[in-house]
Design a protein around this ligand. Structure first.
Ligand code: SF4
Length: 98
């Protein structure tokens, strides 16, 4: 009988690897005087917790651990609060399977 080992989401995410493109983040948060509803939502919906609300009331992103799931792109839309592209070829997330 095979034992079922439960893993937390954080443990599974830790198995991924990322090739960071230094100095060229593939997602940018556009300048905002105050965070919109969508920007605040990003701090909750991103599975990799890439978005943070800083102490100056600005939503920032560190895209190094991005899973390229597209949730933030769908939430904000093409003309929304962020500029979203895929990483350049060879960079970004490397999913570990198995
Ligand atoms: S694409 Fe997904 S993982 Fe990457 S920043 Fe957006 S919501 Fe987070």
């Amino acid at each position: 009988m095979k034992a079922i080992v439960k893993q937390r989401v954080e443990d599974k995410l830790y198995q991924n690897r990322y090739l960071v493109d230094p100095g060229r983040p593939h997602i940018k948060v556009l300048k905002h005087p105050y965070p919109t509803r969508n920007l605040l939502a990003l701090t909750q919906v991103c599975p990799a917790k890439c978005y943070q609300l800083n102490d100056r009331g600005q939503v920032t992103i560190v895209s190094d651990g991005c899973l390229e799931c597209g949730t933030c792109h769908v939430l904000c839309g093409p003309d929304g609060d962020i500029k979203w592209t895929y990483p350049q070829g060879g960079f970004g997330v490397l999913f570990k399977f198995g």
